[in-house]
Design a protein around this ligand. Structure first.
Ligand code: 6CS
Length: 354
């Protein structure tokens, strides 16, 4: 069930080779002769960690639309949905090797490659106000200046950060206090700090690939999982759990990554097209995710009227917050001095915004 790191490089290479991604590439991108205008046509490959119709798909489709329009069709963007090129870890490795140009990299999965990014899996750190959160993720230069080098050191470029909505717990029964987590086998993404985050509540966290969560719940190998509402609806996790808890403990943050080697070799004009498209798609996706999460919560209520949906009170949330605080020290232990700087940057930005 765990993704075995040792096998990844080989698997990723095999994946890339079998898809022809390593062949016929110039600058890591597929190129064709063109339409007689003398201009070279190129294809940029963008892999996402979610299925078609998801929040990440909305971002990637908007990015594609903008790039193709602004390059007047000279650049084509192919979007690969979840499963087409492997797990989240596979996608990151394909970007690192330059086999594809772009991917989504959720901090919940990226933590074993870029430990600093686990900042985004800490609980009760980010602003409760979604507009403030969006401003922080899209515009805070200090955040990009501190996180950017951490990605770059691993051959990745951080293009954009955006929220996909609040993470929500779904379990066999409702969870309203840390004690309710005692012994609960909760599926988490694979970043190491997620183990600490849920052990702090007494749970038994179980890292697992996204594609295995539904059957894991159905076969009772796990008791609970955590994801935003839109994902719980599209992956049908609500069918195989009995209750949902809205604790607003952490937003789901996605990061958009590009291959560092690809970006460094890109000419100024294309780099500008890319940077603008990445930022504008992020702004558009903020509205999309909000509507999608609201609509799909209604859909879950209609489809399963007996499903228990609880929203924690401020008092209940305060108890979780208190139990979660020691995990910030674990974060600094894992992410080192640059991690400490990033944590301080966020704590300062959140304090200034409130
Ligand atoms: O839980 C996961 O693994 C996944 N959840 C979402 C909403 N997006 C991507 C991530 O891999």
């Amino acid at each position: 069930m765990h993704i075995r790191k040792g096998s990844l490089a080989l698997r990723t290479l095999a994946l890339a080779a079998s898809l022809g991604l390593l062949a016929a590439c110039s600058n890591g991108q597929d190129s064709q002769e063109g339409d007689g205008s003398g201009e070279e046509q190129v294809t940029w490959k963008f892999a996402i960690e979610e299925i078609q119709g998801s929040v990440q798909d909305a971002y990637a489709q908007e990015f594609k639309r903008l790039v193709e329009e602004r390059s007047q069709g000279r650049i084509k963007v192919t979007v690969y949905p979840y499963g087409a090129l492997g797990t989240s870890a596979d996608l990151t490795e394909l970007v690192q090797t330059g086999s594809i140009q772009f991917a989504m990299a959720s901090p919940g999965h990226l933590g074993s490659v870029v430990p600093e990014v686990q900042l985004f899996v800490l609980h009760y750190l980010f602003p409760e106000d979604e507009d403030q959160l969006h401003a922080l993720l899209s515009d805070d230069q200090a955040l990009y200046d501190t996180l950017g080098p951490a990605y770059r050191d691993r051959q990745l470029e951080l293009l954009s950060l955006f929220t996909e909505g609040w993470m929500v717990w779904t379990a066999n029964s409702k969870i309203t206090q840390p004690d309710d987590f005692q012994g609960v086998k909760i599926r988490t993404m694979v970043s190491p700090l997620l183990l600490d985050a849920y052990e702090a509540y007494g749970a038994n966290p179980t890292p697992m690939a996204y594609s295995e969560v539904y059957s894991g719940l159905q076969l009772k190998m796990i008791d609970a999982q955590v994801n935003p509402v839109f994902a719980i609806e599209e992956m049908s996790f609500y069918e195989v759990t009995g209750a949902m808890t809205l604790a607003r403990h952490a937003p789901f943050v996605a990061s958009v990554i590009a291959s560092r080697a690809f970006l460094e070799r890109l000419d100024e004009n294309d780099r500008e097209i890319l940077r603008a498209a990445a930022a504008e798609a992020g702004a558009e996706t903020f509205t999309v995710q909000r509507e999608m999460n609201e609509r799909r919560l209604e859909k879950i209520r209609e489809r399963r009227p007996g499903y228990r949906i609880v929203e924690l009170t401020d008092e209940q949330r305060a108890r979780f917050r208190e139990a979660s605080l020691p995990v910030r020290e674990r974060f600094v232990e894992m992410a080192g001095e640059s991690g400490r700087r990033i944590l301080e940057t966020i704590e300062r930005a959140v304090a200034e915004a409130s």
